[in-house]
Each structure stands twice: as C-alpha cells, then as structure tokens.
Design a protein around this ligand. Structure first.
Ligand code: GN1
Ligand code: MG
Length: 369
C-alpha cells in the first residue's frame, strides 16, 4: 500500500508498526501512523491532500506552516494565564526538509503531530460540549486575528462565497445528468424549489463585505464539530484541527459553520429528517463559549451579521451537497448512492429550523453580545 511507503519518509523516529485510516473527512484521506523504537512509541497523522479540491497543495502547506508557527507562539506567550493547555497540530517535515512528500503518482502527502488523549465527535448532545466548540473557535480566531492576511494565499478560490456556489449550481442544473436526476426524484425537485425560494438571500454577507461593513480576516474555514478536539480527561476543548482552509475570509463563515454543525443534535449524516433541528440550548451555550474569546475582536457590525451567517452557511452547505449530487458526486466523498442528496436534505431541514427559530436566536445573540 502506498501510504505505508510514504509513512516512513517523515522526520519521526522508529520503525513503522501500524497505519490505520481514521476520521470521517469528506475530502482528504487521513491515517494514524504508529512507529516504535526500543523505548518509545511515536504516533502522527498522515494525510493525502485531495488535489481535485486543493489545486495547489504547496500553498495549503505554506499557509498551514505560517499560521501554526504564529499560533504556537501566541499559545506559548499566553500559557501561564490560560485555564488549559491549548494545542494545535505542528507540520512535521519530511526527511528531505520539505513540508510534504510527493509520491510517484504526483499525490501530496503531509505529516502532522497528533493531538493525543483527545476525542472528536460527530455530533453534540450536551450544552457543555457546544460551549467548548464555541470557545475553541473563538480562541483560534483570536490568536490568529493579528496574522496579516497578505501573508496568506487563497488556497480555495470561491470557498464560502455563496453567490458563486449558486452560479455553479445554475450551470450544473442545466446539464443532462442533473436533469435526469431531477426528473427521477421528487425529493430532488423539492430541494430545487427550496433553493429557488432563497436566491435573493445568498449575497447577504458578500454585499456587507463590498459595502465595507465587514472585513476580511484570517479564518479557519471548516470549524465543524469533528474538527474540535476535546480532552479525554478534562472534557475541555484543547485544539482545532484540519487547517487546510485557513485563508482570508469572513469570521462569519466560521461562526455560521460552527453553529450549524454543533447545534443540530442529529448530525450531518442522519437519514431521519424529523430529528434535525437547531437546538436553542446548544446554541446559547455555543454563543457564550464563543464570546468568551471573541468579544475583544468583534465589531458592532460583525455582531449584526451573526444570525444571517448561520442561516447562510447552513443553506450554502446544503446547496454544495445538492449541486454535487446533481453533478454526479465529484467533490464530496460518498459511501452510498444518494448520500449527497441526503446530506443536502439534512442541511436544508436545518435551515428551515433556523428560519423558524430566527427571532429566538436573535434574542439570544442580543442578550449575550
Ligand atoms: C468538507 O473534508 P471535511 O469533512 O473536513 C468541506 C467543508 C464542509 C464539510 C461538511 C474543503 O470538510 O467545507 O463544511 O465537508 N471541506 C472542503 O462536512 O470543501
Ligand atoms: Mg475540512
């Protein structure tokens, strides 16, 4: 297996004893690698970067290196005052000194330090967990908030620009494959109508950016709950992982993404839509956790768009899943037919729940902001 020959090409001592696929990422392939020496065991994370998604893996790695170096310095500087040990993965060099290894097929592989003795979850059921998810995101955004965005490359052009996803969707819908899928499924036609009814809303954040109400800042890009590592012993959040999408963006994309993934107790993959909802207790806990870290860098204008960001990013992810279903599953990995359609149904149901609970969510935001 190719991963095994790659696994020994990084600067980690020991002989390879195990390599196992881990995680549930929709894009990259991830493995845990275990090596042993006479007196120690070393573990690290090995990943193959998906080049269908990330066209310039070297740029992904240089962003990751720059941002983690910056964040590690901040974590160290604040360590004495912190209520916990904060962690963030470190890029492990290849034996030749590069930040990645390229295999014979041109695939890019990277090694990252493992955040040990932590657990990550597919969904949230208790407010304490949602609060930690909010806090971990706020902490990460805060410690990178002074990193200059000019030093970051755009590793995924168009990422989280909802009007752009809608334009792509319109192009896909006209294709023969999409027309066949739409005529074969009344559920797909229902989702198409769902999109049509919300077209006017898709530029809410981008127009605020154009008007100058909001500014670009360094963001995580993918703070979904599976990327939040919880200390197995203390129950506290200790790290955010999956730093591929760190790039200039709106912090609202992150906030919206954290809420949509942490406040729906059914998770992203449920097939029972009746379980999907925006849980207000989880939401309030997440907001409180987030604001503990974020209050210092949020402007009044930032606060105005927090609710819209939740509705928008939930809608956007549903649109991305649905477009991928109609395009024949070319972006998100699937393990069964129709999985991307189902994922879209879940996000659109969640979007409806957010719309129905909008007043209560706004009240919660106003009470805490
Ligand atoms: C993808 O691969 P993963 O699971 O980290 C996607 C995110 C989505 C997420 C939904 C680069 O992330 O934007 O929110 O799936 N990442 C990319 O589960 O498109
Ligand atoms: Mg990701």
């Amino acid at each position: 297996m190719i991963a095994e020959t790659i696994a020994t090409q990084f600067d980690v001592p020991g002989r390879l004893v195990a390599l196992e696929p881990i995680g549930s990422g929709n894009v990259n392939d991830t493995y845990r690698v275990i090596l042993r020496t006479t007196f120690s065991e070393e573990q690290y994370i090995l990943q193959r970067i998906n080049q269908t998604v990330f066209k310039d893996p070297a740029a992904v790695m240089s962003n990751m290196k720059a941002v983690t170096d910056h964040a590690h310095c901040r974590i160290q500087a604040e360590a004495d005052e912190a209520d916990r040990i904060w962690q963030l993965p470190r890029v492990i060099s290849a034996l030749n000194g590069d930040d990645f290894v390229i295999d014979g097929q041109g695939e890019y592989w990277r090694a990252l330090s493992l955040i040990a003795s932590t657990t990550n979850y597919e969904k949230v059921s208790i407010p304490e967990h949602a609060a930690e998810a909010g806090l971990v995101l706020g902490h990460f955004q805060r410690i990178i908030s002074d990193f200059p965005i000019d030093g970051l490359e755009d590793t995924l052009p168009g990422f989280h620009i909802t009007p752009g996803y809608l334009r792509q969707y319109d192009g896909i819908v006209d294709s023969d494959g999409a027309q066949q899928r739409l005529s074969a499924s009344s559920e797909a036609r229902r989702l198409h109508n769902f999109v049509t009814e919300r077209r006017d809303f898709v530029d809410v954040l981008e127009s605020a950016l154009e008007r100058g109400d909001l500014q670009l800042r360094p963001i995580h890009g993918d703070p979904k709950i599976t990327n939040v590592m919880i200390d197995t012993f203390t129950g506290k959040g200790t790290s955010i992982v999956d730093l591929d999408t760190v790039k200039p963006g709106l912090i609202h994309y992150d906030f919206g993404d954290a809420v949509r993934s942490s406040c729906n107790p059914a998770g992203e993959e449920t097939t029972d839509l009746s379980e999907v909802l925006l849980d207000l207790d989880l939401f309030e806990a997440l907001v409180r956790g987030y604001l503990k870290e974020a209050t210092g860098f949020l402007t009044e204008a930032d606060k105005t768009y927090l609710f819209d960001s939740i509705r928008l990013i939930t809608f956007e992810l549903g649109l991305r899943f649905f477009a991928d279903y109609l395009a024949g599953d070319i972006y998100f990995k699937t393990s069964y037919d129709g999985q991307n359609l189902n994922r879209a149904r879940v996000q659109f149901s969640l979007c409806e729940s957010i719309e129905a609970r909008g007043n209560k969510m706004r009240e919660i935001l106003e009470r805490h902001c």
